[in-house]
Design a protein around this ligand. Structure first.
Ligand code: GRF
Length: 209
């Protein structure tokens, strides 16, 4: 019998970590062939770190340095080292509120993904569901994409649509988008893991449509 190798993933987040929970639960249920090697946060008391502990996953707080929207370059190098040491092959951003730059992008080419609560390229940036509501859209959703140096930019891998209802508030819409995020993100990671045979070359081979 051919033994399937679990895809080693690292999860980065700054906040509540509901996407992280969805991913860890899918792994625990045996339905997602991935191995969570490390959860890293730039926020000392982020709930995502408690969640990693709850699931018995190695976790670390990474003091971000003096910038607000990015990591200090030496800190980003340190992050690369931590992820390499943990054997991470796919980096999963789950509410990580900093833009990544060359150290990470060079170390993990086409191996860093992000989830965003809109149908990109529409509404990058903060509180995308509020932007969609404000723009009078009738449909929005969520997107998983490769990460590049721009905010919420990079090749789109998968999307799910959510109808905007006439009586939607920002909260009700955001809640429905998050339900779909929790399905879509593990599904996309499962696609990566299907093509993972134990070497990094295979991780980035997302099928071009
Ligand atoms: C999600 O809505 C995701 O789309 C965005 O940040 C949020 C993170 O939420 N990038 P959570 O921490 O996973 O609950």
């Amino acid at each position: 019998m051919i033994q399937m190798k679990h895809l080693p993933i690292g999860i980065l987040g700054s906040g509540k970590g509901s996407n992280c929970r969805a991913i860890l639960e899918r792994i625990r249920s045996g339905d997602l062939s991935a191995e969570p090697r490390l959860v890293v946060s730039d926020v000392l008391d982020a709930p995502i770190l408690d969640m990693a502990r709850e699931f018995g996953v190695a976790n670390a707080y990474l003091p971000p340095g003096r910038f607000r929207t990015r990591l200090e370059p030496e800190v980003e190098e340190q992050l690369v080292q931590m992820l390499h040491d943990a054997g991470v092959e796919l980096v999963v951003l789950a509410g990580f509120m900093r833009v990544l730059h060359e150290p990470m992008l060079k170390a993990f080419p086409r191996r860093i993904i992000n989830i965003h609560p809109s149908l990109l390229p529409k509404f990058p940036g903060l509180e995308a569901w509020k932007q969609a509501l404000g723009a009078g859209e009738t449909v929005t959703g969520c997107t998983v994409h490769y990460v590049d140096e721009q905010i919420d930019h990079g090749k789109i891998l998968a999307q799910k649509e959510v109808k905007i209802l006439p009586n939607d508030t920002a909260e009700s819409l955001h809640a429905r988008i998050q339900v779909l995020e929790h399905e879509l993100y593990p599904d996309v990671i499962a696609e990566f893991s299907k093509r993972y045979g134990g070497s990094s070359q295979q991780v980035g081979s997302w099928p071009d449509k």
